[in-house]
Design a protein around this ligand. Sequence first.
Ligand SMILES: [Zn+2]
Length: 82
Amino acid sequence: MRGHEYKSGQEDVEIGGEMDITCPYCEEHTKAKMVSKYESYSAHGQVVVEAEVVVCSKCDNEIFDEELDGVTIDKVYQGTKQ
Ligand SMILES: [Zn+2]
């Protein structure tokens, strides 16, 4: 089996950067932090990509960000071509 090496036990890594958001979960106007984590997708086989996501610093819910999601989808697409 070739392709991606998968490190188990990988934890979310805070990569810095804060932004002001209104969280759709706790409905607070608060800060959100950027974290990096590994996500696995099923697209013509299993693809694991490093995804950057925005997390509410109050309730820890992941907040959808269209731009970051687009980057992640691109990585998945790149991964499936190999
Ligand atoms: Zn929240």
